[in-house]
Structures are given as structure tokens and as C-alpha cells.
Design a protein around this ligand. Structure first.
Ligand code: HEM
Length: 155
């Protein structure tokens, strides 16, 4: 049985490196590439980021910035912590929770930015499929993170 287990684990290795490690390295590289491209796009081609500027494009830009880097990428890192952090399970769990809290905080700031942008440019809120799917996604994510905090503290 032990031998069979070892053999099946070995089948998930490439040249001695577990496939899960290769995938997480690839995921980190994607994190860096997407962040770089997004920053070049927002800072070089779209005038930058600001909550207070009179240039409202800078306020709008905060929405993709926080949604993509904070919400999508950091929460992706949070999901991978159990594979990527070489520490005890308890430490990994705290990292997992900490990164998800950053993801949730970013999604709230990103939503605040787009609602403020819509308000400041006299646009009507929540008219598109994107906006409703977005609100639902962030709401379910908030429920997920609150339940995670509860699990971590009650464990
Ligand atoms: C998971 C990521 C995202 C979520 C949860 C999300 C959520 C939302 C929400 C709730 C609104 C409605 C705001 C309102 O009606 O006042 C909105 C609007 C908008 N978002 Fe996003 N968003 C995300 C990513 C993005 C990205 C990456 C872009 C562009 C690069 C973008 C572009 C826009 C635009 C142009 C609007 C205004 C038009 C509309 O209401 O559809 N969003 N977003």
C-alpha cells in the first residue's frame, strides 16, 4: 500500500520537482507579469491613480488597480499559501487569513473608487451586468472571509 502511494505521488513529479511547485512558481510569475502590465497601463497610458485629483480618470483607474491586484491576485496568493509557505499549518492558516483580509479590503476600496467615480461624473449606478456580478462576487467573498476568520479563531 505504502509502495503504491509513493508510486502515485511520484507520478506527479517532473524531473524530481513536484508539479504543484512548478504550478505555483508559474502562478507567481503571472502575478508579477500582470502587476507590471497593469501598472504600465494605468501609470503610463492612463494618467495615473488618485482619489482626490480633479482628473476623474485617475479616480476610475483605482477601480481596476484594486480589483485586479488586491482582489484577484492577492486572494489568489492567499489560496496558494498552503502550498507556497514552508511553515507549520497554523502559521500558513494565519497567512491565508491575512492575505484574504487584504483581498477583501482591496475589493472594498476598489468598489468605493468606482461608486465615487460614478457619483462625481453624474452617472447612474448598477446599470450593467458587470456591476451586478461584481457586487454579488464581492458580497459572497466577504461572507467567505468572515467565515474563515471565525474558523481560524475558533480552531
Ligand atoms: C473582480 C473584479 C471587479 C469587480 C468585483 C467589479 C465590480 C464593479 C461594480 C460593482 C461596479 C458598479 C459601480 C456602479 O454601478 O456604481 C463596477 C463598475 C465598473 N467597472 Fe468593475 N469590477 C471589477 C473589475 C473591473 C476591471 C478590471 C475593470 C476595467 C479594467 C472594470 C471596469 C468597470 C467599469 C468601466 C465600470 C462602470 C460601468 C459599469 O457599471 O459597468 N471593473 N465594477
Amino acid at each position: 500500500m505504502e509502495k503504491a502511494n509513493n508510486r502515485s505521488r511520484a507520478s506527479y513529479r517532473t524531473a524530481g520537482v513536484p508539479v504543484s511547485s512548478l504550478l505555483t512558481v508559474f502562478a507567481h510569475l503571472l502575478f508579477i507579469a500582470i502587476t507590471t502590465l497593469l501598472l504600465v497601463w494605468l501609470l503610463h497610458f492612463r494618467e495615473g491613480l488618485s482619489f482626490t485629483s480633479t482628473n476623474k480618470m485617475k479616480l476610475f483607474n483605482l477601480h481596476p488597480f484594486f480589483m485586479v491586484i488586491g482582489f484577484v491576485l492577492v486572494s489568489g496568493e492567499a489560496i496558494m499559501t498552503f502550498t507556497t509557505i514552508p511553515a507549520r499549518r497554523r502559521t500558513r492558516k494565519y497567512f491565508h487569513m491575512f492575505l484574504h483580509l487584504i483581498g477583501l479590503g482591496s475589493s472594498i476600496v476598489g468598489l468605493f473608487a468606482i461608486f465615487k467615480f460614478q457619483h462625481d461624473t453624474a452617472k447612474v449606478d448598477l446599470l450593467t451586468l458587470h456591476s451586478w456580478i461584481g457586487i454579488s462576487t464581492v458580497s459572497f467573498y466577504a461572507l467567505l472571509v468572515v467565515s474563515l476568520v471565525h474558523i481560524v479563531y475558533c480552531d
